[in-house]
Design a protein around this ligand. Structure first.
Ligand code: 5GP
Length: 209
């Protein structure tokens, strides 16, 4: 059944800043070893303390980013909290061909675009906190926000929460280890969800001549 095979899958992880989605996604991805690939986005956002170019993001200027958009380098890109973020297409296609689970830590706009581009291979998880107060507390503890950016992130959080129905799974990150187990299950499930890929070909083949 070679003709049916799509090799890998895409796992989209979205949720408000401070929900813990990035740490969760990175840890689960790392634990899956060479079964998984974490896509590193390109951004125009200034680097935060402790972040590294090529590890957390590819940090570029607005001009460089727009050049990459022109070149068709991105599978999707969006403006989030006033900065540009984009997912590069080439690395994802390569990882998919290699049969990997591609982790995409992207916002709700990115989710819509990726689902449109790869309808049969996307599984998505929305990660959030149990309530608004917990999110505010986590963002304050992280110490990366000013009063102004905290306000923007909270407004965006509510907008993002309204998109939960578009996701396959909702993960309330109350207990890190339990949340990790949940996300790992979603990642593994994403690989078998692709069994419906290329259904038209399968039906043609099934019918025979
Ligand atoms: P942060 O600035 O906190 O690292 O990320 C802000 C938001 O941008 C997060 O919701 C994150 O998931 C999202 N994001 C990061 N990379 C991408 C990307 O390549 N595309 C899209 N659409 N969103 C992204």
């Amino acid at each position: 059944m070679e003709y049916m095979k799509v090799k890998g899958s895409i796992l989209v992880i979205s949720g408000p800043s401070g929900s813990g989605k990035t740490s969760l996604a990175r840890e689960v991805c790392e634990e899956l070893g060479n079964k998984a690939y974490f896509s590193i986005s390109t951004t125009t956002r200034p680097k935060r303390e402790g972040e590294e170019d090529g590890v957390d993001y590819f940090f570029v200027s607005k001009e460089e980013f727009l050049e990459d958009v022109e070149k068709g380098y991105f599978l999707e890109w969006a403006e989030v909290h006033g900065n540009f973020y984009g997912t590069s297409k080439r690395q994802i296609d390569k990882a998919l061909k290699e049969g990997k689970i591609v982790f995409l830590d992207i916002d709700v706009q990115g989710h819509e675009a990726v689902r449109r581009a790869y309808p049969d291979v996307v599984t998505s998880v929305f990660v959030t906190t149990k309530d608004k107060e917990t999110l505010i507390e986590r963002l304050k503890k992280r110490g990366t926000e000013t009063d102004e950016t905290l306000k923007v992130r909270m407004i965006n959080a509510l907008h993002e929460m309204k998109k939960i129905p578009e996701y396959d799974y909702l993960l309330i990150n109350d207990d890190f280890n339990k949340a990790k187990e949940f996300l790992r299950s979603c990642a593994l499930a994403s690989l078998i969800k692709t069994s419906k890929y290329n259904l038209e070909n399968f039906i043609e083949h099934w019918k025979g001549k």
